[in-house]
Each structure stands twice: as structure tokens, then as C-alpha cells.
Design a protein around this ligand. Structure first.
Ligand code: ADP
Ligand code: MG
Length: 951
């Protein structure tokens, strides 16, 4: 190893600092190590080369042969962001004390790797999107088989939330379900038990690749029940996990335990390292270590299991297609403008006030509730805030003073809080008191009130002491002091007044000496070399009193000192350092006492977040005239005057509201569950079906909805098959994706689901597409004999033939169409006007040629298309003589019913067959009955494929 360098003591890799570096590097071989030296974080060797290439740092050399690259310490966050983005794991080797505080010759600066930054463990403000979750997951499978059930643990490292989610194995698709769970929760990194060969197994790859997540293999033992249980008990200081609802062999324990071990390994110092650090500090005569060395996971809350069936499930593809948090075409960083979420987080006036509220709203939209009590509770709160606008406005003002309590307390626990963070937290809690006072009298807000009333009193003492003692605008770092006011701490005051009042003290001391000894020429002064002195002109030197001891003789003056002055000098020179050190002590104590009360802080924070989210819903309802939907158990969907929440805002009065009525009616139990929506391109079919899905989603969030009236039955899942252009990057054909998604729907939809299908079958030839669309619609309507579950389904299609399903399955399928007006009516060259109004019944025209003309297809091409269309129409309409109007209908009468279909394939191909040829050749008139019988037998053999006898 050391061969490259010169022999002996001058080997540059053998210096104490480099030895320390290589020791850390060995402990974190998979990380880039940022090693703090003075004002820089340095990297060496391969790290330096790789990083300088990846993020554009200048590569230098420490000494001959050791490549080096460094970043200034105050730019750490900037570079961390780039490094993590470039896929590096980063270990940070910190100095445990300020190097300036180490007396010369006292040896090497004590250092330790205080944290490892990975994609899932980022907690720095600059590296996190304040409005989006950022989480770490661990996955554990209950068996080796492909369909073994899995359990996930997901931790939000910055904010402290910790959850367990069971993913059942039944019906296959475990990986897909896991992907759906991870997608909505902002997971960036997935831990898994390292298999013996160390490679990520296929089932892990299936989870990681769709979301582009990084996977981190962890020692398998950390996922073992015993060890995992131990890790959790130790972290939460309990003997048993039953208090958290975890049975002794709960499948949630292995992944949760693995997460705790990973976090304490990457975010905190081991006990051993802490002892080591303390020892080296003691040897240096230093007090406490730097804040980062005190990191704990105190903010991590005990894991909570998501009850199965508590949420309305929306798979990742549907979240995308419905543009819940992001629009389909927007670039990734466009901030989700135009998404459903942006209505509550981005807009004017109706946006959530806090980052916590925005994250909660996002969570609610990705995972709406399926619990009627919870939904109605939120609705009641929203209703109160809609009705009492004065209250709403005051609450909004108070909430504006609340900062990110969750992430601030996370940073405190992890030893990374700044003085500004601590003051922000204290001020947020104060704003919380104002909120509490406001909601006191509102019964619908009792949940929030109770949680605030429970938590805030326990925080009052801490909050007030910070408010009292911190200056108005504390510095961003505890390094240089300037955090505390005067009058807070006697020792600090003394240090400061010594610095500040040195001049006054000297003047006073001089006056005192002059008066006492009657020496008008006496002066007290200071110089850099000799320090403080008392000076007498030579003429008066002989009268110098005994208490002055001589220090220096000048040409015409004598200089003296006194024990008082020496003491003063000693104090002043160390005062500044002591003031800084004292402030640091006080600050660390304030952080420590905060860390001791993090549980009530978290409770207050989450109550404030909830109120903020509810208020944003209420503001939107108030501003846009949304109504409270009636959420019921029955699988119905009745909307009157419903609007698309996003387009309604963009188009205003130009948006045409529409109605829908699905599911059993109260008085007779009848009512179709499948609506087939036809209409020309651009009529508004896609808009309508999306809008229905979004309103259903909003109703489950507890939000009001853009409609005049809405009754929404509880829904277990929203399935969509929308859009023909996604997932191309995954290397699958559009049609294949369409069929995969549709297969998933047919397998998993239940009577409580909502299914939204847009133009199924468009990705293949007309006949294929129509046949598939027909069979799929038939299946979703309950099957030919009504033998399947029939979810509420909206089926938008340009295959007009499907409208015949209504008469085949009366009461199960209902036809809707989007109205257009032709002008002048009946004229083949008519203009069409889109009315965007959904009406009962079917359209039988597609107006494709009209749309082509609107889109600017050259007139000649449009005219030729009309000719072609007319000739095609003749072939299809001669039989029933439906008139000369161009029609593109296929004869639906030729589609067999489902019973016939089981014997004859749909649209059987007219393949030639030898039996047919033989049949044509038979000369019946020339045959005896016996010959005819033989011919018949030959034909049968031919049909069955056995070679006829005698041939
Ligand atoms: P289709 O799916 O039938 O081809 P779209 O749903 O894509 O039609 O709608 C086409 C356009 O018509 C949309 O971009 C939208 O601007 C407008 N539109 C749709 N529905 C409405 C409506 N209810 N009110 C007003 N404009 C609408
Ligand atoms: Mg469409």
C-alpha cells in the first residue's frame, strides 16, 4: 500500500491525520469520505478523483502522489446535494472540537464520522423539498416464493414518522403493490436483507427499477426477528413492543428493526466512539464535544401500522394519470402546477400555510381515507371553517407563524439544529398557543384542540425560556456566539461586560488610583506587547505607592501593574473565548432540554399540520363554491353539476358542469354500474371521466367537491386506464402497457372499486380493439350472466358499437354521450360545436373528419377522406338501408352473444380447411345413400384431422 511513497517517517500516508483518514475510510468503504481539515472537507485518492469528475471540483495533490479535492466547510450542503444526486453515499468525518481551540503541540484533532448521508437519510434543509415527503424504507418478505407477502417499514428521517405496512401476497403482484406504497410516500432508498451472494435479488429489482430507487443491502441478521426486536426495544426504551401493537413475532418487526439499526449506524455515534471522543476531549482539557456528536434518534416515533383497508388505494399509474401531484407533461421540477395538489398548495389565497400542512395534504391526496368516521370528522371541520370565515381567517394568520415543527425537531434530535432553528421552533409553539385559543370554542375542531391542549402546556417552560433568552435574530450557526441576550446568564454577562466595558473599567480604575494616591499624572493604558499597564511620569515615579509593582522603564516614564489590573487583563483576554464557549454550552443545553420533550412537540406539530390542511380545504371550498359530498356505504356515485377541479379554475364560467348517476337507487335498488360514454374526439369524454375520479378522491380526503350536489359511496380502490403515452421509457409497447393495466383491473376490481377506462383498445387494430373493448366492458358490467363483481365503471370509447351493450344488459349498462351540435344540421360539410354536455343515450357519429378539418388538415385531404368514408359506409349500410348518410358502423348484429361466444370465437377467421374443399367437391346427385354416408364419415375425419381411410 505505502509502496508508492518514500520510505521512513516522511511517508505522506503515515501522518497522524492521514492514518485517521484511512481508519474511517476502512469503516465506510462504500462511501465517499469528506474529512474535515480546518475550514475544508477534503477527499483523497479515488474519492477525490471520482468526485472531482462527477461534480466538477478541482483535483489537487495533498503531497506528491495523493490526489485531493476539497470543499469549503460553509458549502457543505451545496456539495452534499450534488453528491447525493450523483448517487454517492457520503460519510462525514467531523472535527469534534474547533481546531482553533486545540493548543499548539497538543496533537491531532479528535475526529469521528458523525453521519453518513444516503438518498433516504438526507435531513439537511437545503437538500429536502419542504412540501414533499422524503423517506427511507426497508422491505422484508415472509418467504422465498415470488408471491410471499411482504412487510414494509417506512421512516421519514427528517420528521420522525415511522410506519409499518403489510402487503398481502394473494393474487400476485406483490412487487406492484409495494411500488404503489413506496411511490406515494416519497421513499428514496430501500433496505433489504443481503442475500449470500450480495446481489439484489430479482424481486428487489422489481421494486427498485420502476421508481429509480437506490437499494441498500444490509446484513441479513439485522432482519432477524430476535435482533430486530432488540433494536426496537433499545431505541424506544421498552421491554416489549406490544404497546405499539406489535405481537412478539410481528412481521413488522424485522424491517422496522433494520431501519433503526441503519439510522443509528448512519446518523449517530456509537457508544464506543462517544467514549473515545470524550476521552480525547478530556485529554485536551476541553468541555463538551460538538453538537453533531450528540445526535440521537429521539425524534423517531414508535412505528405505527397502517391498518389494512384504511385507505382508498390508488396505484402509482393512476396517481400519475389523474395528475394528483404532478401533471403528465410538466417537467419534474415544475412544482406540480396544474395538479390536483397544486389547488391547495400553490394557488392564491387557498394555499396551506405551513410546509407540514402541504405535506399532509399531499399524503391525504395520495392516500385518501376509507374510514367513514375519519372522513366525516374532516368534513365537519371543513364545514366549520367554511361557515365561520372570521375564525378561518384568524386561524390562518396564526398558522402563518408556524414553521416546520416536525423537521426542526428532527434536526434538533440529530444534533444539527441551528440557533435559528431553535428560535423558530419556540416561536412556532407560541403561534400554536394562539391557534389553541382560537379553536377552543369550535366543536368540529375538538380533535385538534385536544391534541394542542394536551401537548402545549408541557412545552411552555422551554418555549418561554428560549423566547426570553434568545436575541431577535440569532446567527445561523452556534460557532460564533451572539445567540443570547444580556441578562440571561451571569457568567455570560460577565464575559461580555468585560469585553464591552474594558474602556470604562480602565477609566474608572485610573480615576480611582489618581484620587487615592493623589497622583494627577497617573494613566492606565494598553499596548499589544506588554498588555495593560499603569504609567507614571519619571518625575512622579518616586511617589509610586507600594501596591504598584514595576513592569517596564521608559525614557521619561515608569510602567507598573497591580494584582487587580493583572486579574482584569486575564479576564478580558479570555472573555471573548469564554463568552462563545458559554453560549455554546447554553445552546446545547437548550437543545438537550428540547430533545427531552420531543413527543409533545411532535403531537403539537401534527395537530397544527392537520388544522392547516383542513383550512386549505375549507378555503378552496369557500372560494370556488364547493359543496360537502354525502359519503355513504352503498356503492353509488351521484353527481349533479360536477366540475373538473383544475379546469374549472382555469376556464371559469366556460366550464360546462355535468351530472352522473351510477349504482343502485334507494327506492328500487336498480341502477347501472357501468356508464359507457361516447362522443366525438375533443368532446370532453376524458375530462368527464377524470373529473369523476377526482371528485371521488376528494370526497375520501374529507374535502368538499366542485359540484352542486354529490353522493359518493365508499370506494376501496380507484383504477384508471388513461393515456396512451406513458411508460414508453420502460421499453414496453403502448398496447402492452394498456393490456397489463387492464388485466390488473379485471383481476382486482371489487364491487366497491371505481374503474375509469379511457379509449380501451385504441392501441391495436380496429377489430381487435373493438372486440377487446366489448369483452372488457361486458366483464366489468358483471359478465354475460352477471356472474362477476361489477365495480362502478366509466368507460369512454370511440367504438360506438359498444352502445349496444345497454340493451343487452339493461339495468347494468347505461349509455351517455357528449353532445355536439352540427351547423347547419344534416349538412355533410357542417361545422361542429362542442357543447361538452354529458347526456343520456348514445351518439352514432364520430365526427373524426370534422375534427381533422378543425385541426388544419389540408382541405383536399379532408375532401378525399369524405369520399373514402362514404364508400366504406355503403358496404355497411346496404343491408338495412339506413340512408345515404356516412356511417362507419360495423354490423353489431354479427357480434355473437356471450353464450355463443363460448362455442365460436369472436370474428372467427375464414381460414381454408381441407374438409371445406372436400365438401364443395361432393357430387350428391351421383351418390348412393351408402356412398353419402361414407363421404360424411370422411368429412368428419377431415374435420378432426385424422387422415381419411384409403387416401
Ligand atoms: P375527448 O376525450 O372526448 O376527446 P377531452 O376530454 O380531451 O375530449 O376534452 C377536449 C377539450 O375540451 C379539453 O381540452 C377541454 O378544454 C374541453 N372540455 C372538456 N370538457 C369540458 C367541459 N365540461 N367544459 C368546458 N370545456 C371542456
Ligand atoms: Mg379523450
Amino acid at each position: 500500500m505505502e509502496g508508492a511513497a518514500s520510505k521512513g517517517g516522511s511517508d505522506p500516508r503515515q501522518t497522524p491525520a492521514m492514518q485517521q483518514y484511512y481508519r474511517f475510510k476502512k469503516l465506510h468503504p462504500d462511501c465517499v469520505l469528506l474529512f474535515r481539515i480546518g475550514d475544508f472537507y477534503e477527499m483523497f485518492d479515488d474519492d477525490a478523483v471520482a468526485v472531482s469528475k462527477a461534480v466538477g471540483l478541482t483535483l489537487t495533490q495533498r503531497t506528491a502522489g495523493i490526489p485531493m479535492a476539497g470543499v469549503p466547510h460553509h458549502q457543505l450542503e451545496t456539495y452534499l446535494k450534488r453528491l447525493v444526486k450523483a448517487g454517492f453515499r457520503v460519510a462525514i468525518g467531523e472535527q469534534l472540537v474547533d481546531a482553533s481551540q486545540i493548543p499548539a503541540g497538543k496533537g491531532i484533532v479528535p475526529r469521528a464520522v458523525t453521519r453518513v448521508v444516503t438518498p433516504g437519510t438526507v435531513v439537511d434543509d437545503a437538500l429536502l423539498d419542504p412540501d414533499a415527503p422524503h423517506a427511507l424504507a426497508a422491505v422484508w418478505f415472509a418467504g422465498e416464493e415470488g408471491d410471499a407477502p411482504a412487510t414494509l417499514a417506512i421512516a421519514d428521517v427528517a420528521g420522525g414518522e415511522f410506519r409499518i405496512i403489510d402487503v398481502p401476497g394473494s393474487g400476485g403482484g406483490v412487487a406492484d403493490r409495494i411500488v404503489d406504497e413506496l411511490a406515494g410516500r416519497g421513499v428514496r432508498e430501500v433496505l433489504f436483507a443481503s442475500p449470500p451472494d450480495g446481489k439484489a435479488p430479482a424481486r428487489i429489482e422489481r421494486i427498485l427499477s420502476p421508481l429509480g430507487l437506490s437499494g441498500t443491502a444490509r446484513p441479513a441478521w439485522q432482519f432477524r426477528m430476535e435482533e430486530a426486536r432488540e433494536a426496537l426495544c433499545e431505541q424506544f426504551k421498552v421491554r416489549t413492543l406490544e404497546g405499539f401493537g406489535l405481537t412478539p413475532d410481528d412481521p413488522g418487526i424485522p424491517p422496522a428493526g433494520a431501519i433503526v439499526r441503519y439510522l443509528s449506524e448512519t446518523q449517530t455515534l456509537s457508544e464506543e466512539l462517544k467514549r473515545e471522543a470524550a476521552a480525547s476531549l478530556k485529554a485536551l482539557g476541553q468541555g463538551g464535544a460538538i453538537q453533531a456528536a450528540n445526535a440521537t434518534l429521539a425524534h423517531l416515533r414508535p412505528p405505527r401500522r397502517d391498518p389494512s383497508g384504511a385507505f382508498l388505494a390508488i396505484d402509482a399509474a393512476s396517481l400519475r394519470a389523474l395528475e394528483v401531484v404532478q401533471t403528465l407533461r410538466a417537467p419534474v421540477d415544475a412544482g406540480g402546477e396544474g395538479s390536483l395538489l397544486s389547488l391547495f398548495t400553490g394557488g392564491r389565497g387557498s394555499a396551506a400555510r405551513t410546509a407540514m400542512g402541504r405535506r399532509l395534504l399531499r399524503d391525504w391526496l395520495c392516500r385518501p381515507s376509507r374510514d367513514l368516521g375519519e372522513i366525516r370528522g374532516r368534513q365537519d371541520a371543513v364545514a366549520t371553517l367554511v361557515a365561520d370565515r372570521t375564525l378561518a381567517e384568524k386561524v390562518g394568520e396564526a398558522l402563518a407563524g408556524v414553521q416546520d415543527v416536525e423537521r426542526l425537531s428532527g434536526r434538533a434530535a440529530l444534533g444539527r439544529a441551528s440557533p435559528r432553528d431553535v428560535l423558530a421552533l419556540s416561536r412556532s409553539l407560541e403561534a400554536g398557543e394562539a391557534v389553541l385559543a382560537l379553536v377552543e370554542g369550535a366543536p368540529a375542531l375538538a380533535g385538534v384542540r385536544d391534541r394542542l391542549a394536551r401537548s402545549l402546556p408541557a412545552l411552555r417552560a422551554w418555549r418561554e425560556s428560549v423566547a426570553r433568552s434568545f436575541v431577535e435574530e440569532p446567527p445561523a450557526h452556534a460557532r460564533e456566539g451572539g445567540i443570547y441576550r444580556d441578562g440571561v446568564d451571569a457568567a455570560l454577562d460577565e464575559s461580555r461586560s468585560l469585553q464591552r466595558d474594558a474602556g470604562a473599567w480602565l477609566a474608572r480604575y485610573q480615576a480611582e488610583l489618581v484620587a487615592k494616591h493623589n497622583l494627577p499624572g497617573l494613566k492606565v493604558g494598553y499596548n499589544r506587547v506588554f498588555g495593560y499597564y499603569i504609567e507614571l511620569p519619571q518625575a512622579q515615579a518616586r511617589q509610586a505607592p507600594a501596591e504598584l509593582s514595576r513592569k517596564q522603564t521608559l525614557k521619561n516614564a515608569e510602567r507598573y501593574t497591580t494584582p487587580d489590573l493583572a486579574e482584569f487583563e486575564r479576564k478580558v483576554t479570555s472573555a471573548e473565548a469564554r463568552a462563545v464557549e458559554r453560549e455554546r454550552e447554553l445552546f446545547l443545553a437548550a437543545v438537550a432540554s428540547l430533545v427531552a420533550i420531543l413527543a409533545p412537540v411532535a403531537e403539537a406539530g401534527s395537530a397544527l399540520a392537520r388544522l392547516d390542511a383542513l383550512l386549505a380545504l375549507a378555503d378552496k371550498a369557500h372560494r370556488r363554491g364547493w359543496v360537502r359530498p354525502e359519503v355513504v356505504e352503498e356503492p353509488v356515485l351521484r353527481l349533479a353539476g360536477a366540475r373538473h377541479p383544475v379546469l374549472d379554475e382555469l376556464l371559469g364560467a366556460r366550464f360546462v358542469p355535468n351530472d352522473l348517476d351510477l349504482g343502485p337507487r334507494e327506492h328500487d335498488g336498480a341502477g347501472a354500474s357501468l356508464a359507457l360514454i361516447t362522443g366525438p374526439n375533443m368532446a370532453g369524454k376524458s375530462t368527464f371521466i377524470r373529473q369523476v375520479a377526482l371528485l371521488t378522491l376528494l370526497a375520501h380526503v374529507g374535502s368538499f367537491v366542485p359540484a352542486d350536489r354529490a353522493v359518493v359511496g365508499l370506494t376501496d380502490r380507484i383504477f384508471t386506464r388513461i393515456g396512451a403515452d406513458d411508460a414508453l421509457h420502460a421499453g414496453q409497447s403502448t398496447f402492452m402497457v394498456e393490456m397489463i393495466e387492464t388485466a390488473n383491473i379485471l383481476h382486482h376490481a371489487t364491487p366497491s372499486s371505481l374503474v375509469v377506462l379511457d379509449e380501451i383498445g385504441r392501441g391495436t387494430s380496429t377489430l381487435d380493439g373493438l372486440s377487446l373493448a366489448w369483452a372488457i366492458a361486458e366483464y366489468l358490467s358483471g359478465g354475460a350472466g352477471g356472474e362477476h363483481a361489477s365495480p362502478r365503471t366509466l368507460f369512454a370509447t370511440h367504438y360506438h358499437e359498444l352502445t349496444d351493450l345497454e340493451s343487452r344488459f339493461p339495468g347494468r349498462v347505461v349509455n351517455l354521450h357528449v353532445a355536439v351540435r352540427e351547423w347547419p344540421p344534416g349538412d355533410p360539410h357542417a361545422q361542429i360545436v362542442f357543447l361538452h354536455r354529458i347526456l343520456p343515450g348514445k351518439t352514432d357519429q364520430s365526427y373524426g373528419v370534422h375534427v381533422a378539418r378543425l385541426a388544419g388538415i389540408p382541405a383536399g385531404v379532408v375532401a378525399r377522406a369524405r369520399e373514402v368514408l362514404a364508400s366504406l359506409a355503403v358496404q355497411h349500410t346496404t343491408a338495412n338501408g339506413e340512408g345515404a348518410r356516412a356511417r362507419r358502423r360495423l354490423a353489431t348484429t354479427r357480434i355473437p352473444s356471450a353464450d355463443e361466444a363460448s362455442q365460436l370465437p369472436l370474428f372467427a377467421p375464414n381460414a381454408p380447411h381441407p374438409a371445406l374443399d372436400a365438401l364443395r367437391e361432393i357430387k350428391l346427385e351421383a351418390m348412393s345413400p351408402m356412398q353419402a354416408f361414407d363421404a360424411l364419415r370422411r368429412l368428419r375425419d377431415l374435420a378432426e384431422g385424422t387422415p381419411p381411410a384409403g387416401v
